[in-house]
Each structure stands twice: as structure tokens, then as C-alpha cells.
Design a protein. Structure first.
Length: 153
């Protein structure tokens, strides 16, 4: 099993939900490929790097039998950390942040999406429907705090 499986899943989710751009992904892929050029998945990904649909398909096929063995706590921290950076850079993007969290939740395997902290992603943006920004902030803060991330919510 690759020591990069959680990173690979992170980029699958990030690319699928479009919260990490392809250039960010390519930088990561080039770096890991240089460090582990014998890893077949990185070679496959390098070949299709210019085609996002082919990249997502390759990632999906690679990950299919690995989902049960991934460290979802690590993946969750990677996801929330990246989203926190984007939110901190643009605090006006709170609605986008909560929408992305829901989009990410939809992609998670059912046995993972039903557990804390991931289950919170399912409803984190619900308070927008009754204009309760304070509750949204409270929910986002809870998620950041879950991973002990210093935040400015």
C-alpha cells in the first residue's frame, strides 16, 4: 500500500469538488513523482495530468479497493486545513466554504460520512436557510477546533 494513499484521496476529493486547482495538484504530483518515480500510480497520473476527467477516473479506479483502509482522520484534517486556509484568505467566502464541505461529504463512503466529524459536513450550511450566520460560524469553528486548527472564524 502506498504511503501516499490519503494524499491521493485528498486530491481526488479536492479536484472533484474544485476547491484545489489543477496547478496545485500538478505541483504536488511532480514532487511526489520525483520522490517515488517507481510508483505506478504516479506514472499513470503523470500521463493523464492534462485531462482532468481522465485524472479523476484514474484516481477513482486506483482508490476503489483502498477506501476501507484509508486514514480518514488524516484526510479530514487535510481537507479542513486546506479549506481553512482558503477561508482565512477570503473571510467573505463562508457560504462557499460550507457549500464545499457539503460537496465533500457527498463524496465520502457512507460508513465514513456517518461518523464525526464528517457527519457535521452534511448539515453545516443548513443554518443559511434561516439566515443564522452565527450558527454557521459556530459549526465551522467546531470543525476547525476538532482538528485543533487555529482559525479566525
Amino acid at each position: 500500500m502506498s504511503r501516499y494513499n490519503e494524499d491521493i484521496y485528498f486530491y481526488y476529493v479536492a479536484l472533484k469538488t474544485k476547491y484545489v486547482d489543477i496547478e496545485h495538484y500538478k505541483e504536488w504530483l511532480n514532487e511526489v513523482f520525483m520522490n517515488d518515480d517507481q510508483n505506478e500510480i504516479f506514472l499513470d497520473l503523470q500521463i493523464c495530468t492534462e485531462d482532468i476527467d481522465e485524472t479523476l477516473s484514474t484516481l477513482n479506479i486506483y482508490l476503489f479497493n483502498k477506501l476501507k483502509s484509508l486514514d480518514y482522520q488524516k484526510i479530514g484534517e487535510m481537507i479542513v486545513s486546506e479549506l481553512m486556509i482558503r477561508y482565512t484568505e477570503n473571510p467573505n467566502s463562508l457560504k462557499d466554504l460550507t457549500r464545499k464541505l457539503y460537496e465533500i461529504w457527498v463524496l465520502l463512503p457512507e460508513d465514513i460520512s456517518s461518523k464525526e466529524p464528517f457527519i457535521k459536513m452534511n448539515s453545516i450550511d443548513d443554518p443559511w436557510s434561516w439566515n443564522d450566520e452565527k450558527l454557521v460560524i459556530k459549526n465551522v469553528k467546531w470543525l476547525f477546533d476538532y482538528y485543533n486548527l487555529k482559525n479566525k472564524v
